[in-house]
Design a protein around this ligand. Structure first.
Ligand code: SF4
Length: 371
């Protein structure tokens, strides 16, 4: 570790070793092939909190729909969210869209090449700005994210108490003069493929010779092994309220989970009890939530899912108004034709429910389902 910081020969040898490894083992990812500022930016936002394999199909679809920052800026938010549907952390999509509009308005449609200006855009912090400029333009800028943070800490070993300020400085000191994109990509790949949180594969690590954690036999650091907070159980009811060929949905507002996405009637129960509510309870909940008196009501499914620290049991029902003529929903709900629901960005559970309800409906041969 002292060698790395103090001896330029050690740094040169380490860089050579890492590059050789990257030339042989680096991942072939679509955003590494065509490295325009826009494409790298989209990939970096998608990769926040999400693994590369999951991102690839979303990245391709997104770029097919919005091939340039101008195209993205022109698109309605609904369309952007629809293409993001299933990838989660929807704030990323809304920020990316907002930032594209900032680029169009304040920078004439040209993505800034200056670190400070880039960081003025929505959703772009120091890491993302450095990643975009180093990956797209080979600019000599260090990176620090989850994988490289763990890697630098292990390399630095005894100094692993370092905070981000010291780690950024360490990353800067290691930077080569050229092929910075490859260098930063190599660090990310070693961090995610070799120097894994648990059981790092030190025997195949190109940095082993310079790694203080390996030298001291303490590679199993606590990095990445933080205790997860205990999940809080929640119970909710989701209801596909249908009237002929229409479903009642509402768009989630600011400050709610899934802002901008659409959802079926959903009500949280005051206490999780791990058993389904009765039909009478569901009828009362729907009436309170939408103002609609429910006639037929039947169970559809139980979905178990998690949102942040909550573990949710979602009891799903299918229901229809007692009197279709007086069924005008309140509280932001509106009747949507089923063909329209296909084009709306839905929460993950709402999409599952829409498919379930559609299948059930087709099986029963309802006239309204064939629209
Ligand atoms: S030698 Fe092991 S602990 Fe050190 S950087 Fe490589 S994989 Fe990580």
């Amino acid at each position: 570790m002292a060698d790395l910081l103090e001896e330029s020969r050690a740094r040169t040898a380490m860089r050579r070793s890492l590059r050789r490894w990257y030339d042989r083992h680096g991942r072939d990812l679509p955003w590494r092939r065509n490295r325009s500022l826009y494409r790298v930016w989209v990939s970096e936002i998608m990769l926040q909190q999400t693994q590369a394999a999951t991102v690839i199909p979303y990245y391709r679809r997104f770029l097919d729909a919005f091939p340039s920052v101008r195209a993205l800026a022109r698109a309605p938010e609904q369309e952007v969210l629809r293409l993001w549907e299933g990838l989660g952390y929807y704030r990323r999509a809304r920020n990316l869209h907002r930032a594209a509009r900032q680029v169009a308005e304040a920078f004439g449609g040209r993505i800034p090449r200056d670190v400070e200006q880039l960081q003025q855009l929505a959703g772009i912090g120091r890491y993302t700005a450095h990643a975009i400029l180093s990956f797209a333009l080979d600019r000599r800028l260090p990176i620090l994210e989850a994988n490289t943070r763990r890697l630098y800490r292990r390399l630095s070993g005894p100094a692993s108490e370092w905070g981000d300020r010291e780690l950024w400085a360490f990353a800067e000191r290691l930077l080569p003069r050229d092929r910075v994109a490859d260098w930063n990509n190599a660090l990310i790949d070693v961090g995610s493929l070799v120097c894994t949180p648990k059981a790092p594969r030190c025997w195949e690590c190109p940095l082993q010779r310079w790694c203080a954690a390996f030298a001291s036999g303490e590679t199993e650091t606590t990095e990445g092994r933080e205790e997860r907070p205990t999940a809080t159980p929640l119970q909710a009811v989701a209801v596909v309220l249908e009237d002929g060929g229409r479903w009642a949905l509402r768009q989630c507002g600011e400050g709610e989970w899934w802002t901008g996405l659409w959802d079926f009637v959903r009500v949280h129960l005051e206490m999780a009890r791990d058993e389904p509510p009765t039909r009478t309870e569901v009828r009362a909940l729907v009436q309170r939530e939408t103002g609609i008196e429910v006639g037929i009501c039947e169970p559809l499914s139980v979905i178990r899912h998690s949102v942040t620290r909550y573990r949710i049991r979602l009891d799903c029902f299918r229901a229809s108004p007692a009197d279709s003529r007086r069924a005008q929903p309140k509280n932001g709900y509106r009747w949507c034709e089923r063909s329209e629901v296909e084009t709306l960005p839905l929460t993950a559970t709402a999409r599952k429910l829409a498919r379930l309800a559609m299948r059930r409906c087709l099986r029963e041969g309802h006239a309204g389902c064939r629209s």
